[in-house]
Design a protein around this ligand. Structure first.
Ligand SMILES: [Zn+2]
Length: 560
């Protein structure tokens, strides 16, 4: 007898072929039959009018810390994600010497917008090495299926200790790092991830350790995957880093390489397309480069306590190491304000591009200012007759830096974003789920693709959108028997109403350890999410108590 059968459902199987009406039967966590077949089930669902697709594979998340206290990785499974890849950009928590825990947490606080109190109270440190981390996750159980990158910054800190963020490595240290990467790959890492992006800083603006790596270190560590013969490489690059630099690393390792973050900026509207055409040229030379593009406008909520969108500016850098008093003085200083505006107007692409009509006052700290909420800095600056940056800083200073702003900082040109998503070498990515918790929540990126892009904007057929969210990333990462609906595949399934599917507006919850806050997003049109044959969520949230039906994925297909 089957465990579940879905009847009268439109099956969109992940391969990209047209959807078809039929039934799907599940037994022992796997899909047994698809199409038209006999056989009773313990549970039969008449899913008329709904679509059934493989669960979404989210290839860019940062749940490495959160998963140790919240094995469900909220809110991703509620938003249709059944498999997620952690450790992107190389921001992992393993390996980690016990005495380096504090610096690891402090780095995450800054770069990932995670509360230090939440990390201190929340992280389970019952591991030191990367293999022990995977063992721990497996022993504790996970909600979704998880794949883990071994992260460059953690590997570097593990070997160079307190020097990790200050200097180049010696050849001997590079050799040791390579051994740590190989050990992690042999234990079941899905690949090696790093960042070179100047906006990625730890506490006090200290660069994330991987940014200190020289060419020899980059080549040697990427090349470790050649020895192992499998795995994927990923890097978040600086906006001006040429694709050819990454192509060399890709060629050395002879492994696929995901390049993040291809976000569209109105300051240089052709840049992402130039990168994509270089990626195409590299592909034609046999070097498997892929561009990670986001289907979401990059919206960020921030205050001037930690204004992540501005931290990529060179002039902001010294600000991050100041005492709070000196920092406030600097914010008030006309010379600093001028330096910032000069850098902003230099034409160089940065995360924040000065579109003041897309920066809003989200929440004021003082009731006297309540009338400012929901208004744009552009409009308020006109009324106040102050320059936009002056208006914003004056307001923040008046409110002891507690004012919350929200800004659409990149990817706001929908025509451009749609075109990027359709590029043959683009992978749909960059949800950043689990990170920037106080700034944004794009964990519902997949539902946004299905509703906004496929149904409303019609940039691609629904079947193609499903393929790009499921089988395409599963294949790229070598994740076996997932990402499609077919006999033998794991029963990772998303049942949804194609007429209304999408993501709702984000809102703030205070449910992290130590009462810290995070933004979250509700699903729209989701009727059920199953992971390895177990229903874990419906449209209202998690179901079945604390059932942990996910797997820590440690075995991957070699050749792809
Ligand atoms: Zn990231």
């Amino acid at each position: 007898m089957l465990d579940i059968r879905f009847d009268n459902v439109t099956i969109i199987d992940g391969t990209g072929k047209p959807g078809f009406l039929g039934s799907v039967g599940v037994r022992d966590g796997r899909i047994l039959e698809v199409g038209s077949f006999e056989g009773r089930a313990k549970e039969t669902l008449d899913a008329s009018g709904l679509c059934l697709m493989p669960g979404i594979v989210d290839n860019h998340t940062h749940y490495d810390a959160q998963v140790t206290w919240d094995p469900y990785c909220n809110p991703s499974p509620l938003l249709g994600v059944t498999t997620l890849v952690m450790g992107n950009c190389g921001f992992t928590i393993a390996p980690c010497h016990p005495s380096d825990r504090d610096i690891t947490m402090r780095n995450l606080t800054q770069v990932e917008g995670m509360s230090i109190d939440a990390l201190k109270e929340g992280i389970d440190w019952s591991f030191e090495t990367f293999p022990q981390y995977l063992d721990m996750l497996e022993a504790k159980g996970v909600g979704p299926n998880v794949c883990c990158f071994v992260g460059h910054s953690s590997v570097r800190t593990y070997v160079l200790r307190e020097d990790a963020a200050t200097r180049a490595a010696t050849p001997e240290e590079v050799k040791q790092m390579r051994a740590v990467v190989v050990e992690a790959m042999e234990a079941g890492a899905c690949g090696f991830a790093t960042t070179r992006y100047p906006g990625h800083n730890g506490e006090h603006g200290i660069p994330m350790p991987s940014r200190l790596a020289d060419d020899a270190e980059m080549l040697t560590l990427s090349g470790a995957l050649k020895d192992v013969g499998r795995g994927i490489l990923m890097m978040t690059k600086s906006f001006d880093m040429p694709i050819s630099t990454i192509e060399k690393l890709c060629a050395e390792a002879n492994r696929p390489y995901i390049i993040a973050a291809l976000l569209h900026s109105h300051l240089d509207p052709n840049k992402t397309f130039a990168d994509l055409s270089e990626i195409k040229a590299a592909q034609s030379r046999g070097n498997r480069l892929y561009g990670a593009v986001s289907p979401c406008p990059l919206n960020m909520d921030f205050s001037f306590h930690s204004p992540y969108p501005l931290e990529g500016f060179a002039c902001w850098h010294p600000m991050m190491d100041l005492s709070i008093e000196a920092y406030k003085e600097a914010l008030a200083d006309p010379a600093f304000r001028k330096a910032f505006m000069d850098e902003l107007n230099s034409g160089e692409v940065k995360v924040f591009s000065g579109e003041w009509d897309k920066v809003y006052v989200a929440q004021v700290a003082s009731t006297a200012n309540i009338s400012l909420e929901g208004k744009s800095i552009a409009d308020l600056s006109e009324v106040s007759q102050k320059a936009p940056f002056d208006f914003m800083l004056d307001l923040a200073l008046e409110e002891n830096l507690d004012t919350m702003f929200t800004a659409t900082i990149m990817n706001s040109d929908e025509d451009a974003v749609g075109k990027m998503m359709c590029d043959e070498n683009a992978i749909i990515s960059l949800s950043d789920a689990g990170a920037h918790l106080t700034f944004l929540c794009d964990a519902g990126f997949g539902l946004h693709v299905l509703g906004h892009w496929a149904r409303d904007k019609r940039i691609m057929p629904l079947e193609k959108a499903v393929h790009k969210l499921t089988l395409e990333p599963a294949k790229l990462f070598g994740i076996k028997n997932r990402g499609y609906i077919g006999p033998g595949a794991w029963a990772d399934l998303l049942l949804f109403d194609p007429k209304v599917v999408g993501r709702g507006p984000s809102h703030r919850l205070h449910d992290l350890p130590a009462g810290a806050s995070r933004l979250t997003t509700p699903s729209v049109g989701v009727h059920g999410v199953w992971i390895n044959g177990h229903k874990v969520a419906d449209g209202d949230g998690l179901v079945n108590g604390a059932l942990l039906s996910g797997q820590v994925i440690r075995e991957y297909a070699d050749a792809h």
